[in-house]
Design a binder for this molecule. Structure first.
Ligand code: HEC
Ligand code: HEC
Length: 229
C-alpha cells in the first residue's frame, strides 16, 4: 500500500526534525520579487545611485542629498519625476504605469526615504525660495543682466562656462532651475541666496536667467568639429 508508506515517510522526516524537502531553499535565501522590495537603500542603490551618486551626491547627475533641495522640492513633483521621468533627458520613467519597474508604493518609499535620510527639518526657517515650478515667463535679455551680476564672477574659466552650448545641450531648463535655486553644495554651486550681492534671487530673476541660458542652446552642439588641415 502506497499511502501509509508515504505517511510514515513524512512522519519520519518530521520526527527527525527535517521539515524541508530536498533542494528546498532555506528561509531567507530566496531572491525577493522586485515589486516586494521595500528597503529604501536597496531601491536607491539598484535604481538611482548610478547617476545620482552612492550617497545621493557627487554623481554625474543632480545632488539629491542636498538638504536645501529636499526642503524645496515638494512630494508631488518628486513623485511625478521619479514615476514619469524627464522627457528628453537621462532621467527615465521608473513607475510601472509609465513602463518602468517600480510600483507606486516603491516610488513613495524612495521619496520618503530621501526626506528622512537627506532632509533637515526647518532648514529654511521661513525663508521662501522661488517655487519649484514657476508660473512666470522668462525674458532672455533681462536674464543676461542677471547673469552678469549674479553668476559671471564665478563662471569665468572655459571649464566653468555654463553658457556654453555644449554644456547646455546636457542641461534641461528644469535642471538649471534646480541647480540655481537649490544649489549643489557638493561642487560649490550656491543656492538662490548666494548669488546676488546682499540679497537672494527672486523667482523672476531665476526664470529670466534660465531663459537666457536656454536661448544659447543650438541645434548641433559641439559642431562644427575642427577639421585637420
Ligand atoms: C541614467 C541616469 C539616471 C538614473 C538611473 C536616475 N536618474 Fe534621476 N535624473 C537624472 C538626470 C540626468 C536628471 C536631470 C533631468 C533634467 O534635466 O531635468 C535627473 C533628475 C532627477 C530628479 C529631479 C531633479 C530636479 O530637478 O528636481 C529626481 C528627483 C531624480 N532624478 C530622482 C531619481 C531617483 C529617485 C532615481 C532612481 C529611482 C533616479 N533619479 C535615477 C539621471 C538619472
Ligand atoms: C560664488 C560662486 C558662484 C556663483 C555666484 C554662481 N556659481 Fe554656479 N557654480 C559655482 C561652482 C564652484 C560650480 C561647480 C564647478 C563648475 O561646474 O563650474 C558651479 C556650478 C554651476 C552649475 C552646474 C554645472 C554642472 O556641473 O552641472 C550651474 C548650472 C551653475 N553653476 C549656474 C550658475 C548660475 C546660473 C549662477 C547665477 C545665477 C551661478 N551659477 C552662480 C560657483 C558659483
Amino acid at each position: 500500500m502506497k499511502y501509509p508508506t508515504l505517511a510514515a515517510c513524512f512522519l519520519l522526516l518530521a520526527t527527525a526534525g527535517c521539515s524541508r524537502y530536498p533542494g528546498e531553499p532555506k528561509p531567507g535565501v530566496e531572491v525577493p520579487r522586485p515589486e516586494s522590495v521595500t528597503s529604501f537603500n536597496t531601491l536607491y542603490n539598484q535604481n538611482c545611485a548610478g547617476c545620482h551618486g552612492d550617497q545621493g551626491q557627487s554623481g554625474v547627475s543632480l545632488d539629491l542629498a542636498n538638504p536645501v533641495y529636499q526642503a524645496w522640492a515638494d512630494d508631488a513633483s518628486l513623485k511625478n519625476i521619479i514615476a514619469n521621468g524627464e522627457p528628453g533627458t537621462q532621467m527615465s520613467a521608473f513607475a510601472q504605469s509609465a513602463g518602468g519597474f517600480l510600483t507606486d508604493a516603491q516610488v513613495d518609499i524612495l521619496v520618503k526615504g530621501m526626506r528622512s535620510k537627506w532632509g533637515k527639518p526647518n532648514l529654511l526657517n521661513g525663508q521662501t525660495p522661488p517655487p519649484y515650478t514657476t508660473t512666470l515667463k522668462g525674458d532672455a535679455a533681462r536674464g543676461q543682466q542677471v547673469y552678469q551680476t549674479a553668476c559671471a564672477r564665478c563662471h569665468q574659466k572655459p571649464s566653468e562656462d555654463i553658457a556654453n552650448p555644449t554644456y547646455l545641450a546636457l542641461a534641461s531648463d528644469r535642471m538649471l532651475r534646480t541647480l540655481i535655486v537649490a544649489g549643489r553644495p557638493d561642487i560649490g554651486q550656491p543656492d538662490w541666496r548666494g548669488d546676488m550681492p546682499g540679497r537672494a534671487l527672486t523667482d523672476q530673476e531665476v526664470t529670466d536667467v534660465v531663459a537666457w541660458l536656454a536661448s544659447k542652446r543650438i541645434a548641433t552642439p559641439g559642431q562644427p568639429y575642427p577639421h585637420p588641415q
